[in-house]
Design a protein around this ligand. Structure first.
Ligand code: FAD
Ligand code: NAI
Length: 475
């Protein structure tokens, strides 16, 4: 017997579980299907983000930062730490406990909002009379009937051709988050977001880290003034970053991995490491969805084709998050999930793709929203720029972390803020003010005239706004 729902969501990552909750809040009968299993085989909703992405990476980033602070920086405060030790097993177990709290939190939220959760793989079975039949393959088989379907099946790590992930020597983000001991030498391919975050974790814990990047420019999508500052800091910390390389054969043995590559000058090189993390981007995941059964259209990258409102080629079938176009970010997936639920309910859900913030949780953190200087130049937009270094910020000095700056870009004639770029302490938190400002189409003068608490890092944002008009007060 088929169970009937207004909305069936396939995937309980940040896109799917949030869509399910919002649809339930709006009075619809909702089911959410997810196949992720925890170590005991039980359900582990939350997707990549909760299980092998945002949450566990931030847990390990925090632990490794604490360790590095104790090792290198506590002495500056007059705090001596004798016999400092590291137990990677405990660190990884703590990370697993944080993940579990999040999995359990989502199951609780499903209950609270009366979302029916099905643990198993969801697949299109048929479309009939304007309704969709969804088969669930889990511990038992179920058949669901849906008026609306929201596909939120996420993405998987892209493998390097000829170097399949074995999660022992050649690691995706999954294996990178559960290495049992600190590798003496760690290699990473790709100096994108995962490369830098995971490279930072294991470098802080003692690994000798080398990142091989194909592009000649470091963090090419980031404002280049900010990217250069970040690169300087990472190199100073001991991270080896080689740009413009061409990776050749990768060979894994029981003991380690060798990577043959051509460096930027055309020289043939070999890198030997204990473990290799491949972080060269992610691919949309529609495995097992049986999209063909209903004729759901995919693009040439394998992503589900959607319009700006997340509508697919099929009536009442929607898709959100990593499985569709746009940045692969948890908060982008969530925003799309909310907007789709609201559209199904006849409301006017909206996502402003121009002001989705990005954060790289390294130290220094890198965060930005809106246009970069290079994008504005390319578009021929006249702009004014203001920067303020954390070196001149009292709170940053008290923290003992004065790396980096806030950079604000504003339209030359209207003064509307067009982009804000931050490298430095707590950039992840500071960027929120800038996103709010841009959502309200604030000018740099608006920020400059707002009272910011002293001493706070946020004063640097205000000073960068003042600097747009060449009247910073503390620099
Ligand atoms: P996912 O989170 O991938 O969830 C998809 C879910 O669908 C999974 O649970 C999967 O099991 C399930 N599923 C797939 N197919 C089926 C099926 N047929 N039936 C049933 N279930 C199915 N983003 C940030 O914004 N901030 C960060 O700090 C951040 N850190 C990251 C760190 C790492 C190491 C990685 C890999 C990613 C990180 N991301 C981060 C990106 C973020 O994880 C993704 O953008 C986000 O998880 C996408 O959400 P989603 O709901 O689209 O898909
Ligand atoms: P990425 O797209 O950020 O970086 C991939 C890097 O690999 C690029 O610099 C690219 O030029 C390079 N590359 C690609 N092919 C290569 C090759 N053959 N040889 C050498 N270099 C190569 O992808 P990444 O780091 O895998 O992360 C995937 C996505 O996950 C991110 O784009 C982001 O959307 C999300 N994510 C977000 C985080 C956050 O918000 N803090 C943290 C981690 C991941």
């Amino acid at each position: 017997m088929s169970q009937e729902f207004d909305v069936v969501v396939i995937g309980a990552g940040p896109g799917g579980y949030i869509a399910a909750i919002r649809a339930a809040q709006l009075g619809m009968k909702v089911a959410c299907i997810d196949e992720w299993k925890n170590a005991d085989g039980g359900p582990a909703p939350g997707g990549t983000c909760t299980n092998v992405g945002c949450i566990p990476s931030k847990a390990l980033l925090q632990s490794s930062e604490n360790y590095e602070h104790a090792k290198l920086h506590f002495a500056d405060h007059g705090i001596g730490v004798k016999g400092l030790s590291l137990d990677v097993g405990t660190m990884v177990a703590r990370k697993d406990a944080v993940v579990k709290q999040n999995n359990d939190g989502i199951l609780y939220l499903f209950k609270k909002n009366k979302v029916s959760f099905f643990h198993g793989r969801g697949a299109f079975a048929a479309a009939k009379d304007g309704l969709y039949q969804i088969a669930v393959e889990g511990a038992k088989k179920e058949q669901l009937t849906a008026k609306h379907v929201v596909v939120a099946t996420g993405s998987n790590a892209r493998a390097l051709p000829g170097a399949d992930f074995d999660e022992d020597r050649i690691l995706s983000n999954d294996g990178a988050l559960r290495i049992g001991e600190v590798p003496r030498k760690l290699g990473l391919i790709g100096s994108g977001v995962i490369g830098l975050e995971m490279g930072s974790v294991w470098r802080r814990l003692g690994a000798e880290v080398t990142i091989l990047e194909g592009l000649p420019t470091f963090l090419g999508a980031v404002d280049q003034q900010i990217a250069k500052e970040a690169q300087k800091a990472f190199v100073k910390q001991g991270m080896k970053i080689e740009l413009g390389v061409k990776v050749g054969a990768v060979k894994a043995t029981k003991k380690g991995v060798t990577v043959a590559y051509t460096d930027a000058k055309g020289g043939e090189q070999n890198l030997s490491v204990d473990r290799l993390i491949v972080s060269i981007g992610r691919v949309p995941n529609t495995n097992g969805l049986n999209a063909e059964a209903v004729g759901l259209a995919l693009d040439e990258r394998g992503a589900i084709t959607v319009d700006a409102e997340c509508k697919t080629n099929l009536p009442n079938v929607w898709a959100v998050g990593d499985v569709v176009r746009g940045p692969m970010l948890a908060h982008k997936a969530e925003e799309e999930g909310v907007a789709v639920a609201e559209r199904i309910a006849g409301q006017h859900g909206h996502v402003d793709f121009n002001i989705i913030p990005w954060v790289i949780y390294t130290s220094p953190e890198i965060a930005w929203v809106g246009k970069t200087e290079q994008q504005l130049k390319e578009a021929g937009t006249a702009f004014r720029s203001g920067t303020f270094p954390f070196l001149a910020n009292g709170r940053a000095r008290a923290l003992g972390d004065t790396t980096g700056m806030v950079k604000m870009l504003a339209d030359a004639s209207t003064d509307e803020i067009l982009g804000v770029h931050i490298v430095g302490p707590m950039a992840s938190e500071l960027i929120a003010e800038c996103v709010v400002a841009m959502a309200f189409r604030a000018s740099s003068e608006d920020i400059a005239r707002i009272c910011h608490a002293h001493p706070s890092l946020s004063e640097s944002t205000k000073e960068a706004a003042l600097a747009v008009d060449k009247r910073a007060l503390n620099f």
